[in-house]
Ligand binder design. Structure first.
Ligand SMILES: [Zn+2]
Ligand SMILES: [Zn+2]
Length: 250
């Protein structure tokens, strides 16, 4: 078994310090239990009453490859242990599954703006495909398609809402600790989903474990059943804000 990871950490602009949440023996043990459940059930909706083929783990061993899973150990106001779990991003195009952490974005708005933009983009692509490569009409349509997809990306960023343990709520751009810009999928990893859910439910996080499950990623940097710290690119710039107010490991 690999050593405990450093967990989640990030620089907080307000406090001017790094906030962190480490992995513990307990969170590792619960994560290994989740791995056993995934192995045995071969699906991620094992605690749901109705079974949906979209949630089979065979999805993680196909073209889509594996993804990250996370377990957050928390304590409620009475001191009882509460364990939250999450899958990163979407699972087979699904954002929601009972008993798993929900996304940080407003799903109702997302489900409206994404299909609308998709229809426009597909219609433009069909026109672009039949036009002569050098025609000015084609170049104009390419520009328009680019404009629509950039606008969609911006609109998606606007529908994220981040909660922390000081009771603060922030947008993605406001939560960033630096000027690096916002990569696609920021806020969709397990750590932000779990911390956001815990903050909204007034739970106190104690430890976090994140592991990869499924076919290794293309670069080979993520391996089946290996444990990792929260990612540098998408998580660290917002974790300072999200971890603010947890007051553990500081
Ligand atoms: Zn991440
Ligand atoms: Zn802070």
């Amino acid at each position: 078994m690999s050593l405990l990871s450093k967990g989640s950490y990030g620089f907080c602009k307000k406090c001017q310090v790094e906030h962190s949440l480490a992995e513990s023996e307990r969170s590792r043990e619960l994560a290994l239990e989740l791995i056993r459940s995934l192995d045995e059930n071969q699906r991620i909706d094992f605690s749901s009453r109705t079974l949906d083929p979209a949630f089979s783990t065979s999805y993680l061993f196909g073209k889509a490859r594996g993804q990250m899973f996370g377990v957050l150990v928390c304590e409620d106001s009475q001191g009882n242990e509460v364990v939250l779990k999450a899958f990163s991003c979407q699972y087979n195009s699904r954002w929601e599954l009972e008993s798993w952490a929900p996304p940080l974005l407003d799903l109702e708005v997302y489900n409206k703006i994404v299909p609308e933009a998709d229809v426009q983009i597909k219609a433009l692509s069909r026109k672009i495909d039949v036009l002569d490569k050098q025609s000015s009409k084609r170049l104009a349509l390419l520009e328009e398609r680019k404009r629509i997809s950039q606008k969609l990306m911006k609109d998606i960023i606007d529908i994220y809402e981040l909660h922390n343990f000081c009771g603060e709520v922030s947008s993605l751009p406001e939560a960033l600790c630096d000027e690096r810009g916002i990569p696609t999928g920021m806020g969709d990893c397990c750590a932000p989903k779990l911390l956001n859910w815990a903050a909204k439910r007034h739970l106190k996080p104690l430890a976090l474990s994140e592991f990869f499950y499924g076919k290794e990623n293309k670069s080979g940097s993520r391996q089946h059943k290996e444990f990792y710290s929260s990612c540098e690119e998408k998580c660290r710039p917002i974790l300072g804000f999200m971890l603010c107010g947890i007051a553990v490991n500081e």
